[in-house]
Design a protein around this ligand. Structure first.
Ligand code: SF4
Length: 917
């Protein structure tokens, strides 16, 4: 006898029961159980009928992706004027067509004039039918009609007996097929429904999350305590309507309850004690996401987030060898602050010799891709794209192993993933998706690469998949999937008055009057109630012990038990023995022992140069912990992508332009000798050249409008600045960007920041400050007429003289330069180069003929003496490892610091009683 199951799950369950029965009979081999789903069986019959057929018509059922594309094409041609999401509307139209077929609703008649939506859909549907007729296609939903015809015509072999299992209410289309079978003599019977009901209860929980946790704990305790749980056919069902929305939460809670060790042993995943029936869309699996990402790349413009995902993808060849350098490359990329990057830039960075982020394997993969992307323009048939895209993914790394003539070949995408069965199965799904693309030639015509990838992406998101696992005793499933199944215990979650019976859901596009006349149960509240009642009656008989639960609150709304279950006796969590349950986090916290340590002191700084240059003193003054974390531990946040230039880039660009300008001019006299036009031309030329240089290795900035704006901005600021320079007393530029090693208080400081791009890095001068050897690089030192020096520091952000004050100066850079100067200095000054605030801001021993430089209230030598003491104190603290969390001005100092979670400055103070424990 042939058994036809209503769902895949039921078919598998029947097959499994059959196999166990054969094993109990002691058999080693046995024929496969004759259990199929209705669709699988009808497809077989159709293929058999077509194979045997010698006369036309030779029709072909459409695949789901083909139907979608046909509907999309119809919408694009007929609804161009409508503001539609074509893909989503096509899916709605496809579902409406399925409804027409399942319920055998006519596409003609006055009902279709009832609304604009219906009339429009009718036109689309007629076009769909016409296209199918012209090409010998039919929709998958019409399969039963066509197979019924084959049965009527006697063109296929049919069984004498048929058992229907789990069919709740066959649709008219299914009935038509069953009727055809009956007419040809097949005896059809239904599998008797399970009837186990012994004890059923209802329970209320605070909310749905609590229901899920209590259900999981209840199931775990049954597995632990019921001796019957040893039986391999033992089953606990957990039914959850709308399981898709809560899937990840259910997965997490059941993992915590059943496999708290799972995080440490992901390889044991296939042996889990619970199984969630609903798979995830294939496109949600990382391996498939990585393939889609590679295929969709535009090598001229890769969003920084995409580039980051690429660099950190474990599915790119060479990941295990280069994971650290790829992570560093990601940081370097983010630190550029650009929103887009080109493949050429990525290759340049990945190849960069002697950098920490050099990734030769990745670079050679990108080079291979670059060559192939250039061939992926234009249009091709889907089968052509399937081949071209597969070739791109199969690009192999050529790894030069030292001998120029010998190159060894490395593996291609998806790299050397761990031999986890789940990933292998997911990879197989990807191959199926690409094969399905090949089959779209008939409906697609020639398309672009982006369209081909969009189709692949949609197929991946509509294909639900989950890797096969060993049969599990706890089954978590939706309501319809549970139909026809028997359980030892059953828990039904979410059975509240607003959800069960569900509200009616008439199909959009199909006239509501037609739906109601043909008694589609979804179209009326009465139909929904009756349907829900039938489901509830069946479920309440599917296990000896059943708990029906509902939340008391959902969001802001109060909930009560569904009226379909009010007759059940109520139980509490205590009655079920599950009132005292804890999440894994709570368990860990409860079992933890508090230990208090003072962590204000790091290890003293040893020998050698420190990172950060003069910023060390600035950070130490702002917050000792920040200096320790950023400079000793390297705890810095990666940059944030933003349009145009980052503030850091703007500063470097301004410095370079002024550096080049004064290298050419050298003296104020040379500046004054220029006419207004000559000065403007000189500045314009230097700015243009520097912008070109910057964009030559920063592809993301190559944008003509941006370049024009930046050019104008720089010219304006520099023009205003040079006007101030002209007004000063005469000077000669003595030094610019000169590197110097000095000692301040005994700490060696490298004047460069380790995160700065090598091309842009300012080499510096090594000095010792407060015993600290540091490398400094003064922006500019002028020689004044009296033979004294004037030190200048360009600033493109806000600045003021008061930043040098106090024992915790906000910006001690110029004081450091003053302290380590080996010749008498007349003054120090910021060169403020901010739009709207272009001026000198400094102090001098006496009036030096510069409006922005004031005479110091305190003689400069004394002031420098104070600065030396301050710097010594900061340097000593830093060297000693003093790392207390002590922001200079709480709130304000922390505002632009990224370490709040690390330093825990916002954590409540530990109570003394806790400390005493
Ligand atoms: S967030 Fe504040 S307290 Fe914490 S390290 Fe940064 S500056 Fe210091």
């Amino acid at each position: 006898m042939m058994i036809i199951a209503a769902t895949e799950r039921l078919a598998r369950a029947r097959q499994q029961e059959y196999d166990w029965h054969q094993q109990e009979l002691g058999r080693q081999t046995w024929p496969t159980a004759p259990v199929k789903t209705l669709n699988a069986w009808m497809s077989e019959l159709w293929e058999e009928g077509m194979y045997l057929r010698s006369d036309p018509p030779f029709l072909r059922p459409l695949r789901s992706a083909e139907e979608q594309i046909i509907w999309e094409n119809i919408l694009r041609s007929q609804a161009r004027h409508l503001p539609l999401d074509v893909s989503a509307t096509a899916e709605l139209a496809r579902n409406s067509w399925k409804l027409l077929c399942d319920w055998r609703l006519p596409l003609e008649g006055t009902d279709w004039n009832s609304s604009e939506d219906s009339r429009t859909f009718q036109k689309w549907a007629l076009e769909f039918r016409a296209r199918c007729d012209r090409n010998g296609w039919f929709a998958a939903a019409e399969l039963s009609k066509h197979v019924a015809r084959l049965v009527n015509e006697g063109q296929v072999e049919i069984p004498q007996e048929l058992e229907l299992c789990g069919f709740l209410e066959p649709t008219p289309a299914q009935e038509q097929f069953f009727e055809a079978l009956r007419k040809r003599g097949t005896r059809i019977q239904e599998t008797p429904l399970p009837n186990h009901a012994e004890k059923s209860f209802r329970l209320s929980a605070s909310d749905t999350f609590r229901e899920i946790r209590v259900a999981a704990e209840w199931a775990r305790r049954i597995l632990q305590n019921d001796p019957e749980a040893e039986r391999r056919s033992f089953r606990i069902g957990i039914i959850l309507p709308g399981i898709g929305n809560l899937r990840s939460h259910v997965e997490r809670v059941f993992s915590e309850v059943f496999h708290p060790q799972a995080w440490l042993h992901p390889e044991q995943d296939s042996k889990r004690l619970f199984n969630i029936s609903l798979g995830l869309p294939a496109g949600d699996y990382p391996i498939i996401q990585s393939a889609l990402q590679i295929l969709s790349i535009d090598p001229r413009e890769i969003p920084i987030e995409e580039a980051s995902r690429l660099l950190l993808s474990p599915f790119l060849p060479g990941f295990s060898e280069e994971r650290t350098s790829r992570a560093l490359l990601d940081v370097a990329l983010r630190n550029r602050g650009e929103q887009y990057v080109t493949l050429r830039d990525l290759i340049y960075l990945a190849k960069k010799e002697s950098s920490l982020h050099q990734c030769p394997l990745l670079a050679s993969l990108f080079v291979a891709w670059q060559a192939q992307y250039s061939d992926l323009g234009g249009r091709k048939k889907p089968s052509g794209w399937a081949e071209a895209l597969s070739q791109l993914l199969q690009s192999k790394i050529q790894d030069n192993d030292g001998d120029a003539s010998t190159k060894s070949q490395r593996i291609s995408w998806p790299g050397t993933w761990q031999s986890v069965s789940a990933e292998y199965q997911t990879y197989s799904v990807w191959e199926e998706l690409v094969s399905a693309l090949v089959e779209l030639d008939g409906v697609c015509g020639s398309i672009t690469r982006q369209r081909a990838v969009t189709i692949l992406r949609r197929m991946a998101s509509s294909k639900l998949f989950q890797p096969e696992r060993d049969p599990a005793p706890v089954q978590i499933l939706g309501v319809l999937e549970a139909m026809g199944l028997s359980f030892d215990y059953l828990w039904m979650i979410g059975m509240h008055d607003d959800a069960w019976p569900p509200p009616c859901e008439p199909a959009p596009f199909v006239p509501i009057g037609l739906q109601r006349r043909k008694e589609l149960w979804r179209s009326t509240p009465e139909g929904m109630l009756q349907h829900a009642q039938t489901l509830a009656d069946r479920l309440l008989k599917s296990a000896p012990t059943i708990v029906v639960s509902h939340p008391r609150r959902e969001g802001d709304a109060d909930r009560r038990v569904s009226p379909l279950f009010t007759e059940l006796p109520e139980v509490s969590e205590e009655d079920l023995g599950v009132s005292t349950i804890e999440s894994l986090g709570e368990r860990i916290q409860r079992s933890s022992k508090m230990e208090f340590i003072e962590d204000h002191q790091g290890l003293p700084f040893g020998e050698g140069k420190v990172r950060g240059g003069t910023s060390l003193f600035k950070l130490q003054a702002a917050c000792p912990f920040r200096a320790f974390a950023e400079l000793r531990l390297g705890a810095t946040a990666p940059g944030i992508a933003q349009p145009g230039l980052a503030a850091q880039d703007r500063g470097r660009l301004m410095h370079r332009v002024l550096d080049i300008l004064w290298r050419q001019l050298r003296t104020q006299a040379a500046l004054r000798a220029l006419s207004e036009q000559e000065e403007a031309d000189l500045v314009r030329g230097i700015v243009r050249e520097e912008l070109d240089r910057l964009t030559s290795f920063r592809g993301g900035l190559r944008n003509e409008r941006f370049l024009c704006v930046e050019q104008a901005r720089l010219e304006k600021i520099i023009g205003e600045w040079l006007a101030l320079e002209r007004e000063r007393t005469p000077f000669t530029v003595l030094e610019q960007e000169k590197r110097q090693d000095v000692t301040v208080g005994g700490i060696d400081i490298s004047g460069t920041n380790a995160d700065v791009d090598e091309n842009e890095r300012e080499a510096g001068q090594d000095v010792t400050v407060a015993g600290i050897d540091i490398r400094i690089q003064e922006d500019r030192v002028d020689l004044l007429e009296g033979g004294e020096r004037f030190i200048l520091d360009y600033k493109t952000g806000g600045c003021r003289v008061s930043l040098w004050d106090g024992e915790r100066p906000d910006d001690p850079q110029l004081p450091i330069y003053a302290v380590v100067a080996d010749s008498p200095i007349a003054g120090i000054s910021f060169g403020s180069l901010m739009m709207g605030d272009v001026k000198f801001k400094g102090i001098a021993n006496q009036d030096i003929g510069n409006k922005g430089v004031k005479v110091s209230k305190e003689p400069l030598p004394e002031l420098i003496g104070h600065w030396r003491e301050t710097l010594n104190a900061l340097g000593r603290d830093y060297k000693a490892g003093h790392a207390i969390v002590d922001p200079k001005i709480p709130g304000q100092t922390c505002r632009y610091c990224n370490l709040t979670t690390f330093c825990r400055v916002g954590s409540p103070p530990v109570k003394s009683s806790q400390k005493d424990e």
